[in-house]
Design a protein around this ligand. Structure first.
Ligand SMILES: O=C(O)CCC(=O)C(=O)O
Ligand SMILES: [Fe+2]
Length: 352
């Protein structure tokens, strides 16, 4: 077992898919404008960074944005100019270039923020505005009415498709571990049947660094926003394969019921492939019959107290990557556990 520490301040510019940190910018009169303000709820925000097009082109862009449930905002790397305008897109000012720097943009670029608050598009150059507008969804799916459901946090697009493929390749060449369910002394026999999955530790330094950065930018801020949960560390991630040939699955269990797992707070299951198998969805039987299956690259997070199961895979192979997150108090318990294990000669996961 190994763990990582709290998120570091962001030094590297954001990339598409990353959640925007809370940033407020002054408007023309110096009043703070919040890009997460309720007036933008459910909308994409198309941000013109730098010099805005003039006249007709701007009016056409604004009309196109409005028609697609989006709002146009102009952000200038200058001090608020005090000029109030009664029409046209909101104008914001970024004299210290905080926003430009967060995006790694020198000048004249277009960024799109998704309703979830993630950077969906970023591009410099003349054609960027029209490209951004073209990428906005035209039709919204009919909203679903939900009357039941588990308290699970679903986050799409945590890992990019290429990175998912790389992690599956890492599993294929890695050292396999079977049926390693953390279980209380004496329960190992039952555990053998409960978990039918083959795991490989994510023990490659470069892959681990990318995985960790995606978590820090796309998952941890969501846990804070949804639950005010501050993750202090997460366990060494493992990639698992549930194969139809041995009815791969994981029967109903909770993730924190042994002395070795009591420090865990949230579980994260991130699918690396979907559409390549049948079965394999997650179910939280205490909350209803719904099945949960994030699309490849997407994750589901849930409290380790919740009963859950991964249904058997009946065709093909399901790959996913798993970790468990804990808070500061849990991290202290975990460190004590690691120290105990090291004293007993367990060297944990060696990262190469
Ligand atoms: O297969 C899943 O998505 C869940 C795995 C799981 O429950 C676990 O590793 O403890
Ligand atoms: Fe679990």
């Amino acid at each position: 077992m190994s763990s990582t520490t709290a998120p570091q301040p962001q030094m590297v510019p954001l990339i598409a898919g990353d959640l925007l940190p809370p940033i407020t910018l002054p408007d023309a009169e110096g009043q703070a404008f919040d890009l997460f303000h309720q007036s933008l709820a459910g909308l994409h925000v198309v941000m013109i960074l730098g010099r805005a097009p003039s006249g007709e082109r701007l009016a056409a862009a604004e009309a196109a944005a409005t028609a697609r449930q989006a709002r146009l905002v102009i952000i200038a790397a200058a001090r608020p100019d005090g000029a109030r305008r009664s029409h046209g897109p909101a104008r914001l000012f970024d004299p210290e270039r905080r926003f430009f720097n967060a995006l790694g943009v020198a000048d004249n670029a277009v960024a799109v923020l998704s309703p979830r608050g993630r950077l969906a598009f970023l591009r410099a150059g003349e054609a960027a505005l029209e490209m951004a507008l073209d990428l906005l969804p035209t039709a919204q799916p009919a909203p679903e009415i939900r009357r039941t459901g588990a308290p699970a946090l679903l986050i799409p697009g945590v890992l990019e498709p290429d990175f998912c493929a790389t992690l599956i390749a890492h599993w294929k060449k890695g050292e396999k571990t079977r049926d390693r369910v953390a279980s209380a002394e004496g329960a190992a026999g039952a555990a053998q049947q409960i978990k039918r999955r083959t795991d490989v530790w994510l023990d490659d330094r470069a892959l681990y660094a990318t995985y960790r950065q995606r978590l820090e930018r796309r998952v941890l801020p969501e846990l804070w926003r949804a639950y005010r949960f501050r993750a202090a560390s997460f366990e060494a991630p493992r990639i698992g394969c549930y194969a139809a040939e041995d009815q791969g699955g994981f029967g109903a269990h909770r993730d924190n019921r042994t002395p070795f797992t009591a420090h865990r707070r949230f579980a994260m299951s991130l699918n690396l492939n979907t559409g390549a198998y049948r079965g394999g969805a997650l179910r939280f039987a205490e909350f209803g019959p719904e099945l949960y299956e994030p699309e490849a690259g997407g994750a589901v997070l849930f409290c380790c107290d919740l009963m859950h199961e991964a249904l058997p895979v009946t065709e093909g192979e399901r790959f996913a990557i798993f970790t468990f997150l804990t808070d500061a108090e849990g991290a202290r318990q975990e460190q004590a556990l690691i120290a105990q294990r090291q004293a007993a000669g367990d060297r944990g996961v060696a990262v190469r």
